[in-house]
Each structure stands twice: as C-alpha cells, then as structure tokens.
Design a protein around this ligand. Sequence first.
Ligand code: NAP
Length: 271
Amino acid sequence: MARSGKVILVTGASSGIGNATACLLHSKGHRVYGSIRRDNLESAPFEIVRMDVTSDESVNACVAGIIAREGRLDAAVNCAGYGIAGSVEDTSIEEAQRQFDTNFFGVLRVCRAALPHMRQRGQGLIVNISSMGGLVSAPFHALYCSSKFAIEGVTEALRMEAAPFGVRVVLIEPGDFKTKFTENRLMTAQSQANPAYKELCARSMEAMEKAERTGLGPEFVARVIEKVVNCKNPRLRYIAASGEQRIVPLARKFLPQSLFEAIISSHFGVR
Ligand SMILES: NC(=O)c1ccc[n+]([C@@H]2O[C@H](COP(=O)([O-])OP(=O)(O)OC[C@H]3O[C@@H](n4cnc5c(N)ncnc54)[C@H](OP(=O)(O)O)[C@@H]3O)[C@@H](O)[C@H]2O)c1
C-alpha cells in the first residue's frame, strides 16, 4: 500500500497499546514510526526507531530524525510507560522520581520536542495516554496514578496553549487491558520488607492484576486512538474501557465521596 497518510510517531511500540496502535495506524496507510528503547522487537510492519523517553537527547534526536526524513510530523502518540505499586509509605523518593521520569517527564519531553515543529506548521496532533487511574486513584498504586493525574493536568493546559497554533492535544484514558503492563509492573523495594501493609497490598494487587489479565486486548485502545487521529476536532478526553469500567468516573462525580471511597476500597480488598 502506498503510504500517503500522516506521519505519526508512536512511543512504547515494542508491546501492548503502543504496538497495537502502531500496527493499526500502519495498516490504515499512515507512515508510522514506532519507538522502542531496547532490542526486544525484531520486526514490525512499521518503521522502528530508537527512543528512551527518560533521555532528553534520545527524545530530541528521534523526533528530529523523523522530521528530517519525512519533512513533517503530523502526530505524536505517547504510549511509553510502566507502573510501580506499593504503599505511599513504602515508596522511596527515587522510585517515585523514576516513575515520573518515564510516565510524566517522558510525555513532556516528547511534547516539547514535537511542539515547535507542529506550531510552526500550524497543525499537529499530540495524543497522551493517561489512564482511568489518572481520574480515580487506587490504593497501593498511588505513584502510578499520580503520574497519570499529572499528565491530565499538563495536557489540559497544553491543549489550550496549542489550540491557537492549530495543534490539537488529546487524552486517552484506558481502563484495564491485557498487556505486558502487568508483568512489567515494579513493586517498590520496601513493600516487600514492611509487614504493616503486606496483606492489604497483596489484596489490592490481586484485584488489579485480575482485572488486567481478564481485560480486553490493546487493539481496543488502538481503535480509539485511530478514531482520534482521523477526527478533525477531537475532544479533550476519550475513555477507552469496557462498559462497567466506564461507570467509575461517573460514580465519582455523582456519589457522595464516603460512599465512592467505600466502593473503591472494597473493590481493592482494603476494607
Ligand atoms: N494495560 C493497561 O491496563 C493500561 C491501563 C491504563 C493505561 N495504560 C497505559 O498505557 C501505556 C502503554 O502500556 P501497555 O499496557 O501497553 O504496557 P506494556 O505492554 O508494558 O508497554 C509499555 C511500553 O512502554 C515502553 N517503555 C517503558 N519505559 C520506557 C522508557 N523509559 N522509554 C521508552 N519506552 C518505555 C515499554 O518498552 P519495553 O518493552 O522496553 O519495556 C513498552 O513498549 C502506558 O502509559 C500505561 O500506563 C495501560
């Protein structure tokens, strides 16, 4: 197929949502550059490029390389990320900083690298993968959820800053999906040693992992992202989740806080 479509960078394309998105967009005729940070993807239908989102140099070089080769970058989809788990008390500052360095600053680096080009061209699209955890926090996933709350904050403001220059900025909020995210999740070091939260943390992990392992495949999220790529005037937020999970943000909005907290606590086995 002739690749006359949009030039699109998808980060975190070695697996999961990033891989499914890069494959789908490629199959629709777009010129897709899927970024990976290490040698764990031997072949792909899309163009594989190198990027570690925790490195300014790596991000800048990757984005500049695509623009030099194609003469333009139409869209950047920020999928790269991972989760840490453990109580807030048992999370070291270094672990929290590492979580933010990938999930939040990684997204920020890509946005900052792509924006000058998109702004000067008067068009472009940035899609940031947040999470339902960026809307509603979960016990023992506080730092992961916080990194996604931070993405929500920066994206909301960036959308208004970039709109006058023709650059559209969108949040995707996935529920629980079956990807390598579950096995790639890191438990904080102290959570293994501190007996105080051990039982509660184990129950919360069990609930979270069960929801992910029995969740839909990442192609579901890829289809939502593809819709956004084709949309002239995308909304700020797109929840990508199964029917029952879509209720959670609504429940938060309309239920009394104490009741909502009781439901979430009970779901994660901590009450
Ligand atoms: N799965 C879910 O239930 C779910 C729900 C809500 C939101 N999300 C979000 O969706 C996004 C994709 O997750 P996923 O479910 O597809 O998980 P995944 O299968 O583990 O994929 C994560 C991707 O991010 C990459 N990555 C991690 N750290 C990176 C770094 N420093 N630089 C560059 N790439 C890095 C991974 O590369 P390696 O292969 O090298 O590790 C991998 O390609 C994440 O932002 C996640 O928070 C997932």
